[in-house]
Design a binder for this molecule. Structure first.
Ligand code: HBI
Ligand code: FE
Length: 288
């Protein structure tokens, strides 16, 4: 069994690269209704919270129309803008497969959508998390380059046994990243922007730390998969994020070899602190 818990090949019905047909016509009215419920909730909340490239992407891909998007439709515009396409997969795919797709500007999106009784939280990324959360940012040329560089870096990291560090980079940028703008902090991370509660928490709540992004720092910081983050990392621009991803990771991994992990809620002297969080939320949850 490989590090990511997958054994063997793709599930029945999936192609060797783990992709499946979206089969958009097979979605039920109820499934489209779940998308619309989630979509309407987010789109009311996000102006003033999501970053401009995200909001522009939402418009460019015409995601505000109808229910679950037909990937074939949005891929025409997405490919024209940045060369990316969305491909349907059954759910999480092995890291190697994931990186291969990203390195080739293909974003693997879960085909399934969550049930009406699990609107607020689900363990595995569904089509709302993937397409509403991740895909609009892929219309931005700089972020599109970053995601491809991430995929290429992932393939290299696997060879160097540094996957855990690289997964942290993904988590604290692509999933839970914040962006500094003249109007204040804005969301670009898919895990935040697709979550009603975390779209508020990440920007407004005094509980989490908000620290300036630093690549080595992020790679030393564990993350939570089961609840709101206890720390968010803030980039000054998407260009800065792309520049960080284009540096020599082998030298970085060498530096990391001797460095210990940093406890998730800790602040270290080198940190540039935007919010010194109270961690009240995490403490309250721990006491339950
Ligand atoms: N597979 N479909 C899918 N979507 C993801 O976001 C994903 C994945 N496999 C692995 C993965 N993400 C993360 O572990 C990456 O950091 C490697
Ligand atoms: Fe995701």
């Amino acid at each position: 069994m490989s590090a990511d818990g997958f054994t063997g090949g793709p599930p029945p019905g999936a192609r060797p690269d783990w992709t499946i047909d979206q089969n958009w016509n097979a979605y039920s009215g109820a499934e489209h209704e779940v998308w619309l419920t989630l979509y309407r909730r987010q789109v009311e909340l996000l102006p003033g919270r999501a970053c401009d490239p995200f909001l522009k992407g939402l418009e460019a891909l015409d995601l505000h129309r109808g229910g679950i998007p037909d990937f074939a439709r949005i891929n025409q515009e997405l490919a024209r803008l940045t060369g990316w396409t969305v491909v349907a997969v059954p759910g999480l795919v092995p890291d190697e497969v994931f990186f291969q797709h990203l390195a080739n500007r293909r974003f693997p999106a879960g085909r399934f959508i969550r049930r009406p009784d699990e609107l607020d939280y689900l363990q595995e990324p569904d089509v709302f998390h993937d397409v509403f959360g991740h895909v609009p940012m892929l219309t931005d040329p700089v972020f599109a380059d970053y995601m491809q560089a991430y995929g290429e870096g992932g393939l290299r990291a696997q060879g160097l046994g540094r996957l855990a560090n690289l997964a942290r980079l993904y988590w604290y940028t692509v999933e839970f990243g914040l962006l500094e703008t003249p109007q204040g902090l804005r969301i670009y991370g898919a895990g935040i922007v697709s979550s009603h509660a975390e779209s508020r928490f990440a920007l407004d709540d005094p509980s989490p730390n908000r620290l300036a992004f630093d690549l080595a720092r992020v790679m030393r910081t564990p993350y939570r998969i089961d609840d709101f983050q206890q720390v968010y990392f803030v980039i000054p621009s998407l260009e800065a994020l792309l520049a960080a991803s284009l540096q020599d990771f082998a030298a970085l991994y060498a530096r990391l070899a001797g460095a210990k992990d940093i406890p998730i809620a800790a602040i270290i002297p080198e940190d540039r602190v935007l919010t010194r969080g109270t961690q009240a939320y995490a403490k309250a949850r721990a006491d339950q």
